[in-house]
Design a protein around this ligand. Structure first.
Ligand SMILES: [Zn+2]
Length: 205
């Protein structure tokens, strides 16, 4: 490829996306450039719109439209008494697809880990505690992964909810060790894990 600064820069950026190396990035970019009006221009416009209008909801952690509001909490007309805590949006989608659960979601956006600098504030745990109190939640279902980080995070949340009159449950065994919810986990396994979820020790102070 010729040395064109703009294109090189774009290839470098696209290569950072999951599943794409420099070679597939080059193919994608060439396809776009060869279809200026049909693909390149609308993609550029759509990216600008997403950048401007989409952000993380500071209450439940999902992605929301800054114009329409958050579909998880603000626009949700139904009232639930359960809240399911997951690590990321893909996990929420898997659980929704399995139709095993009806209730609110809380997306942490990661886990507590000693190795990286994921801040506890970023996981919106304070906001989870607020939601539990405000929405009169009766059950908090911890659906973090079975990895060490996932379990540490679950323990930290349990601790943060201490003294609040709420039942805390955790997805049952059967999830493979280290499994992430959204990670190719079949519906059957997920449904079983939900059905057999266990209550954690008495939370009431
Ligand atoms: Zn929200």
């Amino acid at each position: 490829m010729q040395d064109i600064k703009e294109i090189d820069e774009l290839i470098k950026l696209i290569s950072k996306l999951p599943g794409l190396g420099p070679r597939s990035s080059r193919r994608i970019i060439l396809k776009m450039i060869n279809n200026r009006e049909e693909i390149l221009k609308p993609t550029a416009n759509a990216l600008v719109k997403v950048f401007k209008n989409i952000s993380r909801c500071q209450s439940c952690g999902t992605l929301k439209s800054n114009i329409e509001g958050c579909n998880n909490c603000e626009n949700n007309k139904k009232k639930y008494n359960k809240i399911c805590v997951v690590e990321n949006i893909a996990d929420q989608w898997s659980i929704e697809n399995s139709s095993i659960y009806e209730g609110y979601f809380h997306i942490l956006g990661g886990t507590i880990s000693s190795s990286d600098n994921q801040k506890k504030e970023d996981l919106l745990i304070n906001s989870l505690v607020d939601r539990v109190k405000k929405d009169k939640i009766e059950e908090v279902i911890l659906a973090t992964s079975t990895s060490v980080e996932g379990q540490t995070t679950a323990f930290y949340i349990q601790d943060s909810l201490k003294g609040i009159n709420v039942k805390i449950t955790k997805l049952a065994q059967g999830l493979p060790m280290g499994a992430e919810i959204g990670d190719n986990l079949d519906d059957g396994t997920l449904i079983q894990a939900f059905k057999n979820r266990k209550e954690l020790i008495e939370n009431k102070s």
